[in-house]
Write a protein of this length. Structure first.
Lengths: 260, 259
């Protein structure tokens, strides 16, 4: 009995923590009588969310769409560059310092440039999401390939396998867990990218919605927007976590065994 | 004519660096089973890399079937101390791997997959892994992994099997079991074997000819023919002639270590 309760607690720990935090938040706001234009209580955020459900959903879809498109480009570019960097030492030597330097630049600094080139709206948001999220994919795919055990490579080489054979039969499957791990990081970063761009230069999307709401002191709507972004992030993260488990069971069998 | 032939082969891994092996000359007949023994670091594994074409000699020549080796070979099967099974593949998929690489199987695989699978299953059954063909490597014991690894080395019917201390990491009982399994496979369908080991009993039990190598740089000191009748059983290992052979080899190794 006690054991079952423990299991139940572990399974639902995250929900319980969220409920607890919402409760504390509500108590603080109501108890200290905080004005709604500074820090709205969860109940106020909830009613604002219900009242503006349709516009929120429209902007959320826009953000979701731009994020996914940017993310998809990031995955393709990240995998291609990652394979090149992980397979050819010369590409690694040539490209890596450049990429690290590029990755250190805050992506919000690119948005004005993108606006000049593409105008405000969807395109800069997609590109910002792409720019911010391709790097982890690249690094992980390259690491997965570069850390391939030479013995596994020898098994194939001694059979007369070509470099492409080795990549297909050993390199890529071996790098798959690294790849899926990077997708989880990349998808959350992609949301950051698209929302940043929308706040600065768009008339669509959750980022724009929050910007507009805050300029009219509608803090409840701002918070509703924040929560919507958070929810989308969690859902997409969980989706890729599930895919990771599903497709690379061999690599995290220990973790799975513990979870069962 | 010799199937594998070394002609005064030397190899230094770095240009101008110390020689890993020096002036090795030996020849292996078709379907002969040879073993190379020696203290650790005597360049046994270097020998394997040379035959398989993974390394090139600094001087001298290596021939297989009368042809000089240039690059990785197709007619070779290899097994190492670590089983090196691919963790994302089941036993059967691992055993099938060479058929996806080596010609002519590679281009026939799509058409004859069923046939090849049967072939792999037969071999898997032959080494005692029936019932484990759809398990992943981590679900197998060390001995089972090594059996699967030997299946993978033999599935494409290579003319030459190279074994680099394949039983080194196993317990004594499993090791002796696998000796017998290997001998049976070899007797049923002969192929040439080069076995590198530091287990002298293993070398005497399995090989027709044993070569003893010295170290720093690796050179061949002694060649000994093992004229024990086949098939050899584990009981043979407790007989006087067997012990005498092991003893002689042991003394050679002892003298190398002292010098």
């Amino acid at each position: 009995m006690a054991f079952n309760r423990r299991k139940f607690m572990i399974k639902n720990a995250s929900w319980m923590l969220i409920l607890l935090l919402l409760l504390i938040w509500e108590i603080i706001c109501v108890g200290l009588n905080v004005p709604e234009y500074l820090f709205p209580a969860p109940s106020a955020v909830w009613s604002a969310g219900i009242a503006r459900w349709e516009p929120i959903m429209m902007h959320a879809w826009q953000t979701f769409f731009t994020t996914l498109v940017g993310f998809a480009i990031a995955v393709v570019v990240g995998v291609v560059l990652g394979v090149a960097v992980g397979t050819y030492p010369i590409v690694y030597k040539a490209l890596y310092p450049l990429l690290v330097g590029f990755n250190s630049i805050p992506k919000v600094a690119f948005v004005p440039v993108l606006v000049v080139w593409f105008g405000i709206g969807t395109v800069p948001a997609i590109l910002t999401a792409f720019l911010i999220s391709f790097f982890p994919v690249l690094v992980n795919v390259a690491t997965g390939l570069a850390t391939l055990e030479p013995e596994l490579e020898d098994v194939l080489r001694s059979l007369g396998a070509s470099k492409l054979d080795i990549l297909r039969k050993v390199g890529l499957p071996r790098a798959l867990p690294y790849f899926f791990a990077s997708l989880k990081v990349a998808i959350t970063l992609a949301f950051v990218g698209s929302v940043i761009s929308e706040t600065v230069a768009s008339n669509m999307g959750i980022g724009y919605l929050m910007m507009a709401a805050s300029s009219s002191m509608d803090m409840a709507l701002v918070f509703a927007g924040l929560i919507v972004i958070g929810v989308m992030g969690v859902v997409m993260y969980e989706l890729f976590a599930w895919m990771e488990k599903r497709f690379t069971r061999w690599a995290n069998r220990g973790v799975n065994a513990a979870a069962v | 004519m010799a199937f594998v032939k070394f002609e005064e082969v030397s190899l230094a891994y770095e240009e101008g660096g110390a020689l890993a092996i020096k002036d090795i000359s030996l020849s292996v007949q078709q379907n002969e089973f040879i073993a190379v023994v020696g203290p650790s670091g005597c360049g046994k594994s270097t020998l394997m890399k040379l035959v398989s074409g993974l390394s090139e000699p600094t001087s001298g020549y290596v021939y297989i079937d009368g042809r000089q080796i240039g690059g990785p070979q197709k007619c070779i099967g290899m097994a190492f101390q670590a089983s090196n099974l691919l963790p994302w593949r089941t036993t059967l998929e691992n055993v099938m791997l060479p058929l996806e690489i080596v010609q002519p199987y590679r281009s026939q695989l799509r058409r004859k997959r069923k046939e090849f699978e049967t072939m792999a299953m037969e071999l898997i059954e032959r080494v005692g892994l029936k019932g484990w063909e759809h398990k992943y490597p981590w679900e197998l014991s060390g001995g089972m992994q090594q059996r699967a690894s030997i299946c993978r080395a033999l599935i494409h019917k290579p003319q030459l099997l190279m074994l680099d201390e394949p039983f080194g990491a196993l317990d004594a009982f499993t090791r002796e079991e696998l000796w017998c399994m290997l001998q049976d496979l070899w007797q049923e369908q002969p192929f040439t074997v080069i076995l590198v080991t530091h287990d002298l009993r293993e070398a005497v039990f399995l090989a027709d000819t044993v070569y003893v190598m010295s170290k720093g740089p690796g050179q061949i000191l002694v060649k000994r023919d093992i004229a024990i009748e086949r098939p050899r059983t584990l009981a043979v290992t407790y007989t006087e002639p067997f012990a005498a052979q092991v003893h002689v080899l042991r003394e050679h190794i002892g003298s190398i270590r002292k010098s």
